[in-house]
Design a protein around this ligand. Sequence first.
Ligand code: ISL
Length: 558
Amino acid sequence: MNHTNWYKDAIIYQIYPRSFCDSNNDGMGDIQGIISKISYLKSLGINCIWLSPVYDSPQEDNGYDISDYYSIYKPFGTMDDLKELINKLHENGIKLIMDLVVNHTSSEHKWFQEALKDPSSKYRNYYYFKEGKGKNFKRPPNNWSGFFGGSTWERVKDTPYYYLHLFAKGQPDLNWENEEVRKEVKNILKYYLDLGVDGFRCDVITLISKKQDFKNRPAKLALTGKDAYVNGPRLHEFLHELYLDVYSNYDCMTVGETVLSTLQEAKDLVIPSREELSMVFNFDHTNVDNFFGVKWIERKFSLKRFKKTYRKWQNGMYECGGWNSLFIENHDQRRSTGRFNTSLEKEYKDISSKMLASTYFLMQGTPFIYQGQELGMTNGDFKTIDDFKDVETHNIDKMRKEVPILTPILNKSLFRESRDNARTPMQWDDTEFGGFSSNAPWIQVNKNKSEINAKKEETEPSSLLNYYKKLIELRKKYDVLKTGKYIDLLPHSNHIFAYSRKENSRDLIVISNFSKKSIKCKLLNKYQNYQLLLSNYEDNNSITLKPYETRILYKEER
Ligand code: ISL
């Protein structure tokens, strides 16, 4: 099968199904709800959807804990609904990539249940069961700690054994060393590709291979043992195997969620000749406002550091023939409106969001938009811990209370960093539940639905929504955005982000003022004979950039 690399022309919209649109008014989004919004998605101009998990699941981690890969979580609909969605999207020229969560299953998956019930069953070796240590096996097999805080081991009641879970207790890790497990994964992939799905977003894919010594590691503030479970020894081998046995037979794409990967590690996943993944999500830019990659430890945003991460990944991928993913939000990140030096003040909220949008959207790679980002949706209005639903938030809250040295840090960051900030219902209109549902949703709707909603923004020519539509048009129209080299024009400026996408006679420039002050930008003198393609202000003739101003300029020598 010849791969067309269609993903290089894709503009991908991420849907978090439980919060997108509720068609049957049970308070939970569903597949029919998505179908009812295809015309919205089409008018936005996106041409691919990444659908967060819709498979059957006890929902301990909102579907990232799958109990049956071959059926759909009932409140979301049925397999027939999914088929209808695929067909209707395709009829509208929109592709669909599914979330592939195969580092772990749910503890309610029948494989795990069999493994628990019968230690001699073949399913025992689908997971990692290890004997505990010390008197009465009271201590776990090693000191590794996981992503949601605490030990990565959970004891199987009344036995000496513990099982490995890098995330919640309800998410036991699969043992990829076992060939049968890899066979199961390939079958899942084939099933969905044969159904017409166009690719996969591969959840925490860099965790699938573990060092097999299972020994203690030096204790760390977070993620003790990560050298044993991130980018493990057989990662590349496993991914290449999936490529050869499955992906190579379909014109599909894969984007790997590569938590904690360096550029070099990421290159080894995406260099086309290695036949592993199409692209990866790196998190260097979203870690700019924290220390050690730990979001709970806040660090003041620095534009210079932000630019540095983009220089590194843009140039790194360009040089090796790889491809980037471009994103500023997803279902695990707090909202970008009000983040990365943008402003929540009424006067500047939309202006600065447009500025941030122009800046990330036109780099080399495939742009992603997370639902509601295009409207400028903001973090939730959570008042007490009971307002939160996320398992991570509650686990970390427990740590906040139990580990005194973490209390002050977490007091400051828990609410701000909770993943629920991105999971509030999509704001379609200004009605009681934001047009998401006519009944109370599973999580509270933001109060600002009356000012920030799709219905309103559709009718306002200068809305953020309409600005995103223009950015999408630019991506489709200007080929240099696909192939042009990325050049950081002002690496040392503390306030201005300016880059060029250049190839031969074509040059597209993005200049953004990341501050609330007006700033003289002499660089603009150089581009006086360039055409202004788009800006967030109407009058921009001078070389002074207004607060949060962005300009997109273009020239083609003939
Ligand atoms: O959100 C995070 C921590 O606050 C991230 O570290 C996140 O856990 C990591 O990016 C992995 O995320 C993915 O796998 C998780 C799931 O909970 C996330 O929603 C998913 O995106 C486990 O499947």
